[in-house]
Design a protein around this ligand. Structure first.
Ligand code: GLA
Length: 488
């Protein structure tokens, strides 16, 4: 029995024998806790979905441009069994997340904002809406859940939970779906929690390959595994500033999505006026130099001249588009829940957002080449340039991330940048593998011992184990479900 499980885990985690023992012990613990929670019954399935660290390509996904994340060895694991009712009953190992019982009937009404059960509901609602499970014959499940992805830290714990919930629900209903199709569906389904995210997190959680990063293109979804230079490690450092995308940062995240939508409309109008091409673009990538048959530099120049570099008010945008402010709000500023994003007092920073997205897309393409060629110094420079653009043009950094990025570079990272949605969360550092130990020790002293202790008034997250805030990421395989054999 034991051997089956550890063989399964060896393939997933691609790790040393010592680490494998730890992973196996964790799964055994979850299996036991399931039995304790559900009157001694045996679980019949195990599901796992990893978090991710994005190496480069930030806020490009919802614009139709590529990203390059890797799945990590931090994940959600569900041990479960189908239940004869249509009810989903989930117990979370962490006492901060209360047991949730969900009636799997469409439409699934959400809990209040910020409730962890909404990520499970998002998956179930999305699958029922797509008709992948017969609404008249829904099987629920009971599950014990354990998660190791730091929460609200830009490592995609929420999407991993959505993916794991979806795989659990599909397994309970004996339904198979192509992973690409599932990734596309879940990217839309996760908007149930209120942020207008792109498709990176769900795609890498499902489609990653062990030992590789994944270059992902969107609309349609395509993935390409990218080899990582052997002598380079990726170390994640948590700034300890929470960045909950579905709560306080919802406005900041959605604002950028809307600014990009406005950019698309304005660029389209400009191109139409200059070239007569009416391209009906859905998103910025539909207006790339390549798609328009022009040099990217030329497109950028036209855009800068036409829309200018200063922030634009709603009035400016509507004047430019020749529509009323109400029409612009309705067509371009409306969120999935029907609410209209409030106009930022400083105006919409269209040019800066455009500049970040287009230049970041080019950096992803260059980074894919640099990774394949093992060109460590090019990888580092591209990551550093990405950070500058995220900070200055997309404005998603914060003082603590700035300190952590500088510390990372000072103590040996060849490239360091914020990762994920931003506004807090983690940095990712490319560090020569033979210097990782030293790097971690020095970051620990400079950031966690000195900076965090000295800035007492800041709302840093508490932690008990340093290993949960600074760690090397191992690129693992994507999510999966498998039967739990025997009486394990
Ligand atoms: C969040 C979203 C992703 C992506 C990143 C920023 O993680 O879920 O789709 O937009 O932010 O790159």
């Amino acid at each position: 029995m034991q051997r089956d499980l550890s063989e399964e885990l060896r393939q997933i985690y691609n790790c040393s024998p010592d680490e494998l023992l730890l992973h196996t012990a964790r799964y055994e613990r979850l299996l036991n806790l399931y039995r304790l929670s559900f009157s001694g019954q045996n679980p019949t399935f195990i599901v796992r979905a990893p978090g991710r660290v994005n190496l480069i390509g930030e806020h490009t996904d919802y614009n139709g441009y590529p990203v390059m994340p890797m799945a990590i060895d931090r994940d959600f694991v569900f041990v479960l069994a189908p239940s004869s009712s249509g009810v989903i009953d989930i117990v979370n190992e962490s006492p901060s997340f209360e047991r949730r019982t969900i009636n799997a009937r469409f439409p699934v009404p959400p809990y209040q904002q910020g409730d962890w059960g909404n990520y499970v509901k998002a998956a179930v609602h999305g699958i029922l809406e797509a008709g992948w499970v017969d609404p008249k014959n829904v099987t629920g499940f009971q599950a014990f859940v354990g998660g190791t992805i730091p929460e609200s830290a830009g490592l995609s714990s929420s999407s991993a939970l959505v993916v794991a919930s979806a795989l659990a629900f599909l397994a309970a209903n004996n339904t198979q779906v192509e992973k690409e199709q599932l990734a596309e569906l879940l990217a839309r389904a996760e908007r149930y929690v209120g942020s207008e995210g792109g498709g990176m997190d769900q795609a890498v959680s499902l489609l990653a390959e062990p030992g590789k990063a994944l270059k992902i293109d969107f609309f349609p979804l395509r993935t390409q595994p990218v080899s990582l230079p052997e002598n380079l490690s990726f170390v994640v450092c948590n700034s300890l500033i929470r960045a909950p995308k579905s709560e306080s940062l919802r406005y900041a995240y959605n604002r950028r999505v809307i600014e990009c939508r406005l950019a698309t409309a304005l660029v389209a109008k400009t191109v139409e006026e200059r070239s007569g091409k009416n391209s009906q673009p859905q998103r910025l990538a539909d207006l790339s130099g390549e798609k328009l048959g022009l040099e990217q530099r030329t497109v950028d120049k036209i855009v800068a001249q036409a829309i200018g570099e200063r922030p634009l008010s709603l009035k400016d945008v509507s004047y430019f588009l020749g529509e009323t402010a109400e029409a612009v709000q309705q067509r371009l500023c409306t969120l999935r829940d029907g609410s209209v994003l409030a106009e930022p007092p400083e105006g919409f920073k269209i040019w800066n957002r455009y500049k970040h997205v287009v230049s970041e897309a080019q950096r992803v393409e260059s980074a894919a080449g640099a990774f394949q060629a093992g060109d460590v110094s090019a990888v580092g420079s591209l990551m550093n340039a990405s950070h500058v653009s995220c900070r200055d043009d997309y404005e998603i950094s914060c003082p603590e991330l700035e300190v952590l990025v500088s510390v990372g570079r000072e103590v040996g990272a060849v490239g360091a940048r914020l990762t994920g949605a931003g506004f807090g969360g983690c940095t990712v550092n490319a560090v020569p593998s033979n210097q990782v130990r030293q790097f971690i020790d020095r970051v620990t002293i400079a950031y966690y011992h000195e900076y965090v202790r000295q800035e007492k008034e800041k709302p840093f997250t508490k932690y008990t184990n340093l290993h949960d805030v600074v760690f090397v990421c191992r690129a693992t395989t994507g999510a999966g479900a498998w039967p739990n054999r025997g009486d394990r």
